[in-house]
Write a protein that binds this ligand. Sequence first.
Ligand SMILES: Cc1cc2nc3c(=O)[nH]c(=O)nc-3n(C[C@H](O)[C@H](O)[C@H](O)COP(=O)(O)OP(=O)(O)OC[C@H]3O[C@@H](n4cnc5c(N)ncnc54)[C@H](O)[C@@H]3O)c2cc1C
Length: 408
Amino acid sequence: MDFDDTPEEAAWREQCRDFLNRHAELLPSEVDLSESYWARAPSAAETAAYAARCRKWQRTKYDEGWAGLTWPTTYGGRGLSGHMAGIFAEEEARYDLPMGRFSQSIGMAGPTIIAHGTDAQKSKYLEPMLTGEQTWCQLFSEPGAGSDLAGLRTSGVLDGDEIIVNGQKVWTSNAREAAHGMLLVRTDVDQPKHRGITYLLLDMTSPGIEVLPLKQPTGRSEFNEVFFDNVRVPLDCVVGGVNRGWGPILTTLSNERAEIGGQVSYVGDVIELARRFEVTDDPVIRQQLARLYTIVETMRFLGYRVRTAASRGEQPGPESSVLKLAASRRLELMGDLSMAIMGPSATLYGADALFDGFWQNYAFLGQWMSRIGGGTDQVQRNIIGENVLGLPQEPRPDKKIPFRDIPN
Ligand SMILES: Cc1cc2nc3c(=O)[nH]c(=O)nc-3n(C[C@H](O)[C@H](O)[C@H](O)COP(=O)(O)OP(=O)(O)OC[C@H]3O[C@@H](n4cnc5c(N)ncnc54)[C@H](O)[C@@H]3O)c2cc1C
């Protein structure tokens, strides 16, 4: 395989740089990490300012035809291959730009609606995602259903042309800001667990929804609990058919893994940290730095595979699990290594710590975002074992029995 750009790719990369140069500055070679959004828990005003910057940049991309590069042109996208979009992402990551906030909307809900939604749903929801006007949240996990998502118990009862929802979700990232949610409900307890689930597009302003923030160890509150008390959702918000939610769910989950694993990453800052603490001669640190570098490079090449598959119009499959697992390994190693490099001063926190605790927050405590969110490392290993390596399936004694017979 030739990893150099083809003439067509090189020309596209130049176009990307032209566009980016018009709107942003390249990241300086030495970044002040204490200025990073990840250094400490931001105040409400800082969070709002960051969100506004993200929206503004997304709007600029939309106005100039650079949003949703892989999406169909009919829905405001550009109809390009995943590979070309990947080149843009690589270039965009080199600039001082705010790029959070849209992974649930553009990265997950959008591809699901494009693949399984009705024409009316596509017309209504897709464009406001691309403009950055509306963000989404993912209402999947429940107190008793995380890894075993098909065990979810939030109920949906059909009533005329509506579904009435009661129950609770948890770990819902960004639910307080979201305009819409991807909501899963159990609509038929007589069917086996994977078959009685319905996928709904929820208006988060509907009466009966209560969102309560959860505090994380980093001091942030991105997560929420979401409670539903007789929330009425119109039937035209169903994706893929009543009781037929599992197909759209798999689309959302594989896009989520590709999204988490596809983030452009680098090791430069950790090497800089090692230089600062004068440990670059330490053989153990050197070995760990080399391991980290190897993982980052492996991720880059895995990313090419995922992008090549996407450019052939294929949905991301088990390779997105491999990529996500690699992303987790990277954060795990980066977290442990940065603490080892900093030695006793790693035990400082907040304003007392180097860069206001960037490494403690982002790399050490933050590693769990990737290692648990979007499916845990152990669950990714199961998927890889079964779907890539062809190992025997895990015993799933409750897979074929009616859901009502599964003990709660
Ligand atoms: C940063 C972050 C963001 C998140 N955002 C969202 C969100 O926006 N929306 C949402 O719906 N959810 C979200 N989640 C929730 C996430 O999807 C769940 O936490 C995750 O799926 C694990 O579920 P659980 O927490 O219930 O753990 P459990 O499923 O109870 O797992 C507990 C432990 O058992 C292990 N385990 C479970 N089953 C198996 C198995 N079959 N084989 C081997 N080991 C197993 C797990 O690996 C884990 O170590 C988020 C989580 C994080 C960390």
